[in-house]
Design a protein around this ligand. Structure first.
Ligand code: ADP
Ligand code: ZN
Length: 658
């Protein structure tokens, strides 16, 4: 056979596996190219956003090539689910990790040595062990896949020291192709991965990082929990989602608040007992419509496809983090929301955290730059998506994406130079005339001419700037402070977050720098609905929608019985397509995208029975209880006196990993 004729042969093998095993009609983006490259024995470094379809890039080559594909994954807690999902497709998969007992391990080892496995998942630390290496020598390895490859980056918060040892794979098994995959978009991290894993000669595949189905929205923070509840009730009733908070205490409070208001919410942070955390994660994956309130300790490797929203109640520390976290929404390609509430307190708090961190100057500068980029995204009056893609060095498709808040409701901008000057003068006068420094709250009270005790006590009503700022409301003044802080035209200092001028302040005071402000949305400007309705069955006729609900009820019972996440059985999108097609035979059912041979054999008849048995009295999404609790969370006040007490989750919790 000539080499030319081998290409189509391999080609059709990959396509065949895609159709037959996974039940998908065609490849997405660069999948085909990557799969052919690796199936042909090449090394690859793949950068693809979450939901881009990375898994197929190593699963299909592993099925096409002789031997077992060894997948290095840091997520012990999720291995069982990954393996279950593959087995449901009829793929022979298993895993080895330290959570297994001796007998379990022996069984898996025997499967591998006998050539009975298509895919074997292992923890990175396992590969460092001599016994595991000897075991791998006894079987045939088709490829190494290094998932979550950014864990090798010492700068990222997902760093796993054991990843550093993975360059050993290349030395010990030089003929086995390797594919490293990550959703991290920055070129610095990509280069670091390539160097550390000795993949500089590998072919690099960088997909577009755009996630067109995610609607990006950033709103001013007033009463964050109340705003969140409003979002959930009006746009995402009964949907699965993640709410990120910075501190453990605020995770607890927010989860409780949501529960009290009829939302099915669970907390997750590194301070919770291991078992509680694992149980909550498992429930989130398995049940429909749960809201996980979490610190950033939650999320890596969570491949639940139908997360409909990711909400941030606090400002993320970097655009990288923000993009990774919001990327967990809508892996199934369906419309989803990324929503962030952002206020003055966030800026003050984060600046302070950086100033008081133990890191050296370089570290603090780096953190400061990351924060600045995040603030620029929040304050922008142009398309958020364009700004995000530009940040990652990618070219946006156009100036306006049509699916972010600034594109949907273009913000008015106004010239805030005069108010900015008034504020800066207040700070200047306090310091020059009184030798005092105060926080934003007192400065704003002075501008508004408020007769508070504190004003009296410090005789601030005698200042010439007292009451010169009555043209703006308190919230608008906070917007001015936020903007000045975001642009480095003002700074906060010390334990009490007092305001101080920066070198750049002088240019504003002298009128050399203009300050353009984003108009604070009046209380009610809602972004237009991104889709007909929040319910997943929205695009179906009423009859098909009821069929879809019946299928979901059936799926829930199977998932429960088998102890698997519902989406492992069929995705919502697949159930919706089945409801719309209403197939009468297994053959017809098999034409639906997402129904491969394995699932057809396992579940086909049950699906047909469910379709043609008529409606059952399946449960529907519980309606949120009416009436809003009278006590809402903290408003965005700046405290002059006391810094908020917080306990941040800087790192992912070790117990999730080995
Ligand atoms: P990633 O690991 O890049 O975040 P996944 O591999 O989990 O993404 O894929 C995201 C979703 O897209 C999965 O539910 C997967 O089944 C689906 N998917 C991947 N490739 C295809 C394809 N070619 N056609 C249809 N669906 C696909
Ligand atoms: Zn846009």
């Amino acid at each position: 056979m000539t080499s030319a004729s081998q290409v189509p042969a391999r080609d059709s093998a990959a396509v065949d596996v895609l159709n037959r095993v996974f039940g998908y009609p065609s490849f997405r983006g660069q999948q085909h190219e990557i799969i052919e490259h690796v199936a042909g024995g090449g090394d690859a470094l793949v950068l693809m956003p979450t939901g881009g379809g990375k898994s197929l890039c190593y699963q299909i080559p592993a099925l096409v090539r002789p031997g077992t594909g060894v997948v290095v994954s840091p997520l012990i807690a999720l291995m069982q689910d990954q393996v279950d999902a593959l087995r449901t497709l009829g793929v022979r998969a298993n895993f080895l990790n330290s959570a297994q007992d001796y007998d379990e391990r022996r069984l898996v080892e025997a499967e591998f040595v006998n050539g009975d496995l298509d895919l074997l998942y292992v923890a990175p630390e396992g590969l460092g062990v001599a016994a595991t290496q000897r075991l791998l020598d006894r079987g045939k390895i088709s490829l190494f896949a290094i998932d979550e490859a950014h864990c090798v980056s010492q700068w990222g918060h997902d760093f796993r020291p054991d990843y550093l040892g993975l360059s050993m794979l290349h030395e010990r098994w030089p003929d086995v192709p390797r594919i490293a995959l990550t959703a991290t978009a920055t070129s610095a991290t990509r280069d670091e991965i390539a160097t550390r894993l000795q993949l500089t000669d590998a072919r690099h595949f960088t997909a577009s990082f755009d996630r067109p189905n995610i609607q990006y929205r950033i709103v001013p923070k007033n009463e964050p929990r109340k705003q969140l509840l409003e979002l959930l009730r009006t746009e995402h009733p009964g949907d699965s989602g993640i709410v990120y908070c910075l501190s453990r205490a605020s995770v607890e409070r927010t989860a409780e608040f949501l529960q009290q208001n009829g939302v099915n919410a669970l907390p997750y942070h590194a301070g919770l007992d291991n078992r509680v955390r694992a149980a909550n994660q498992s429930r989130f994956l398995r049940e429909d419509g749960l809201v996980m309130v979490a610190t950033i300790a939650f999320g890596m490797g969570i491949d639940k496809p139908d997360v409909r929203f990711v909400a941030h109640l606090d400002l993320p520390k970097s655009v990288e983090g923000y993009y990774q976290e919001t990327g967990r929404a809508g892996r199934d390609g369906q419309p989803s929301t990324a929503w962030l509430a952002y206020g003055l307190q966030d800026v003050v708090q984060q600046r302070k955290m950086i100033d008081s961190s133990d890191g050296d100057l370089a570290h603090r500068r780096n953190a400061g730059r990351h924060l600045d980029a995040m603030l620029a995204l929040c304050e922008t009056v142009t398309c958020r998506r364009s700004q995000l893609l530009n940040y990652f060095g990618q070219v946006p498709a156009g100036e306006n994406c049509g699916n972010c808040d600034t594109c949907l409701v273009p913000p008015e901008s106004w010239d805030g130079t005069v108010p900015a000057q008034k504020l800066l003068s207040t700070v200047l006068r306090l310091q020059r005339e009184r030798g005092q420094k105060f926080g934003a709250g007192q400065s704003i009270d002075i501008l508004l001419g408020k007769e508070t005790d504190k004003i009296q006590r410090f005789r601030h009503h005698e200042l010439s700037v007292f009451g010169i700022g009555k043209e703006l409301r308190d919230a608008e003044w906070r917007g001015v402070v936020r903007k000045l802080l975001a642009e480095g035209l003002l700074a906060v200092e010390g334990e009490y977050s007092t305001l101080v001028l920066t070198d750049a302040s002088a240019d504003v005071l002298r009128g050399r720098t203009k300050v353009m402000m984003r108009r604070e949305a009046p209380a009610k400007v809602k972004a237009p609905r991104q889709r007909a309705a929040a319910a997943p069955a929205a695009d179906l006729s009423p009859a098909d929608a009821s069929t879809f609900e019946r299928l979901r009820t059936w799926r829930a019972s199977v998932a429960k019985e088998q102890g698997m996440p519902a989406y492992v059985i069929f995705h919502d999108a697949t159930l919706r397509a089945i409801a719309a097609l209403n197939p009468k035979t297994l053959g017809e059912l098999g034409t639906v995208s997402g129904v491969g041979q394995g699932k057809l054999t396992k579940f086909g008849q049950q699906v047909l029975d469910t379709l043609h048995d008529g409606p059952s009295s399946g449960p529907s999404v519980p309606a949120p209880s009416p009436g809003v609790s009278s006590r809402f969370g903290d408003s965005d006040h700046i405290f002059d006196e006391e810094p908020p007490d917080v306990d941040y989750d800087h790192e992912p919790p070790p117990p999730d990993y080995e």
